[in-house]
Design a protein around this ligand. Structure first.
Ligand code: DGJ
Length: 711
């Protein structure tokens, strides 16, 4: 609900209130973001006071922007904290002072960018007292999440240097921050630290949201735990270079802000033109990190990921990448399809190497036509064999890339970002998606393949980060627009392909989980979580990912041992159990399995189908943290609390072990549950508060329990 009363805006979600007011000098101040409050006059929370070295704006007395809790901060007017927007006028002046200029119920979505569906909309207008610039702040109120974004409109020529999506000033407190950092094959490791004075700034300058830092940040009141305490989550719906800042000021207040990274960003705005920022989801909970994750997961599943995927069973795939890498021909692939079919797999996915002259990672990207030397008869015999088995066929593309040794590059060397000699990454260049003609050229090729064959699944990969940052398509003054325009091009292609081929299921990927973000989820319902499929590593990666994303968005495969990334040997069952905590599949030569392993795959797939609905719509509870202890355990509970699924792992076998307990979570205390594998029936309260014996197993061994409530 949105209410405007006595110069105050009350944005009431189900689990939070967000309150702003226009103060007596005409500035928009932030008063409260937290647990629900009534529509009281909260002006006292922002009472102005004098402070040395806190400049006073020309139209105010006492009041300083430096000590005022703001909604969107200008620059050069006495607020020395992180500015939200910065731009220069044609005279070179850069100062901006944003004054309230009205509001409207309703709003506009950010053009060309991913956007959440629904929510109750509010627009607040600010006018710059120093330049002919108007800022529209947009708010979309959802039950447990508030979405914000902004639009900068120019009434005179400006050059934007920064355009953040949001800024919010929280009261003095003892806070900590949680970020998800990592690297290739080790994505989204949670890191918590106390927030000291000054600014903690995290982000990516790689042209992609990145493996190295996820576009998500949580701020928590010290003492918050998995299920208790105050936690805020901030998550950008953006897949390019970004910044998120948490800044503790001299008066102990905390400003959280962020959006498109501005290290190499500028945007020329002519009179009458507008720039839209990406959206950001803000979430508050007093139910700890678990509460935050569940709120974000519900929001992403219901309002960001396309509606049709909420209940649609996810394909259970067999992917040939780790089975063959580039070394395959028609015969090998047909054998893989034949091996997958009797096991219950429903989609065969042909990965990298089927197109152009692609026999290694040095050639062929950009040439999206079938390599007939390698695949006699093209894709048709593969599709036909899948159909004959009642399976579907999927295929890999890396639309944003080009190899130097490719027909596309030979014809259009200027289509690559930068000028030769350029850096390579995995021997390839990035196509300049800031140019519509480049996007069009890739669309035409990908669409031709999708039109010509019965393809039900596309894996969209992206395997290097951006360098040089130069476009042949942009004039000198606009080179700073390249990275964001590139993202607009990526989103335009993703939107067009998903709209034109609604029957195709798209999975995102970027060298594993290098672009695992809410922006991509607006187009692709699931993302390859990591190239690391070792079950121990994966338990940690999926644990970290679950802070900000639903398990239904995580693509998780069983792969061969010794694992190709870590060399570790883990039990087959543990690979199946960990992969069952997401959209499951297989990434190994199913034809090389022993009969016992094939039986295990059949059983895993049958078991998965049983919990698939829980994975898709259930609530996740993180029980045992593999980053801080010797055990991993996660639990999914149905919304109606009638069924639950628990998976656990022992990291290292413990010598002379002693009995330990594991407490479950999220159950209905008034219901009795049968724990099938233990042959035990107990009250939900008992399971949550007294717990169950924690299985003590060998290295990386796992267990699973199915809970069913008694009628
Ligand atoms: C990186 C992906 O993460 C892998 O799954 C695979 O598709 C390779 N690229 C293919 O080049």
């Amino acid at each position: 609900m949105i209410l405007h009363k006595n110069n105050t805006f009350y944005l009431q979600g189900k689990t939070y209130s967000y309150v702003m007011r226009v103060n007596e000098w005409g500035y928009l101040e932030h008063l409260h973001f937290g647990a629900p409050v009534g529509e009281d006059d909260l002006g006292y929370l922002a009472a102005a006071r004098e402070l040395s070295f806190a400049p006073v704006p020309p139209d105010a007395k006492i009041f300083s922007l430096d000590t005022s809790p703001q909604e969107y901060a200008g620059y050069g007017q006495g607020d020395f904290r992180t500015p939200s927007a910065m731009y220069t006028r044609s005279d070179g002046g850069i100062a901006s002072r944003f004054r309230y200029a009205g509001y409207a119920l309703g709003g506009e979505l950010p053009q060309g960018l991913p956007a959440a569906r629904g929510g109750e909309l509010l627009t607040i207008y600010l006018e710059d007292a120093c330049a002919k610039v108007r800022i529209a702040l947009f708010y979309a109120v959802f039950d447990a999440v508030l979405v914000r974004w902004a639009k900068i409109e120019a009434g005179e020529r400006i050059s934007i240097k920064r355009a953040y999506s949001f800024s919010v000033d929280l009261p003095a407190g003892d806070y900590g921050t949680l970020v998800l950092h990592g690297r290739h094959a080790a994505e989204r490791t949670p890191e918590k630290r106390p927030l000291g004075h000054g600014a903690l700034s995290v982000g990516s300058r790689r042209g992609a949201s990145s493996h190295q830092m996820n576009p998500f940040l949580a701020l928590y009141a010290q003492g918050a735990g998995e299920e208790t305490g105050e936690v805020y989550g901030f998550e950008l719906l953006y897949s390019g270079s970004f910044t998120l800042v948490a800044e503790r000021s001299q008066t102990e207040t905390v400003r959280i802000a962020g959006g498109v990274d501005d290290t190499n960003f500028s945007w020329q705005l002519g009179v009458g033109e507008a720039f839209y920022t990406p959206q950001v989801a803000l979430c508050y909970t007093n139910s700890g990190f678990g509460g935050m994750s569940r709120a974000l997961a519900d929001f992403l599943r219901s309002s960001v990921i396309a509606e049709k995927y909420l209940h649609m069973p996810r394909p259970i795939v067999a992917n040939n990448w780790e089975a063959t890498y580039f070394d395959f021909d028609r015969g090998k692939l047909l054998a893989l399809i034949d091996a997958a079919a009797p096991l219950g797999v429903d989609t065969f996915v042909l990965d990298d190497g089927w197109f152009g002259k692609r026999d290694s990672d040095t050639t062929g990207l950009g040439d999206w036509y079938v390599n007939l030397k390698k695949l006699e008869g093209g894709l048709a015999p593969l599709v036909a064999r899948c159909k004959a088995h009642g399976m579907r066929f999927g295929i890999w593309f890396e639309p944003e890339m080009v190899s130097e040794d490719s027909d596309l590059y030979r014809a259009h060397p200027d289509y690559a970002i930068g000028r030769a000699p350029r850096c390579t990454g995995r021997n390839q260049y990035i196509l300049d998606f800031s140019r519509p003609e480049v996007v069009e050229c890739v669309y035409a090729q990908v669409a031709a393949i999708l039109r010509a064959h019965e393809i039900s699944y596309v894996k969209w990969d992206m395997n290097r980060h951006m360098t040089e940052f130069f476009s042949e398509g942009l004039p000198a003054a606009r080179q700073g627009e390249l990275q964001h325009r590139y993202m607009l091009g990526v989103y335009a292609l993703a939107r067009r392909l998903t709209e034109d081929f609604p029957e195709v299921f798209f999975e995102g990927c970027s060298g594993g989980g290098g672009r695992f973000d809410a922006g991509m989820l607006a187009y692709f319902p699931q993302i390859w979580t990591s190239d690391n499929t070792d079950s121990l590593s994966r338990a940690g990666i999926q644990w970290g990912t679950s802070y900000a994303y639903p398990v239904s968005a995580m693509s998780c495969h069983v792969s061969a041992c010794p694992n190709h990334q870590t060399g570790r040997v883990t039990p087959f069952s543990s690979r199946g159990h960990i992969a069952s905590l997401g959209a499951t599949g297989y990434e190994l030569d199913l034809g090389k399995l022993t009969e016992k392993e094939r039986e295990a795959v059949r059983a895993q797939i049958a078991a998965y189908r049983r919990v698939a609905a829980l994975v898709q719509t259930g609530d996740l509870y993180r029980l045992l943290d593999p980053f801080t202890g010797n055990y991993f355990a996660e639990m999914l509970v149905a919304k109606d609390k009638k069924t639950a699924y628990v998976v656990g792992m022992t990291v290292h076998a413990v010598p002379a072990d002693f009995p330990r307990r594991i407490r479950l979570a999220g159950l209905d205390g008034a219901k009795k549950y049968r724990v099938e594998e233990l042959g035990l029936t107990c009250g939900g309260g008992t399971l949550m508060h007294a717990g169950l014996p924690l299985p003590s197993l060998g290295d990386c061994a796992t267990w699973a329990w199915h809970l069913v409530a008694e009628a």
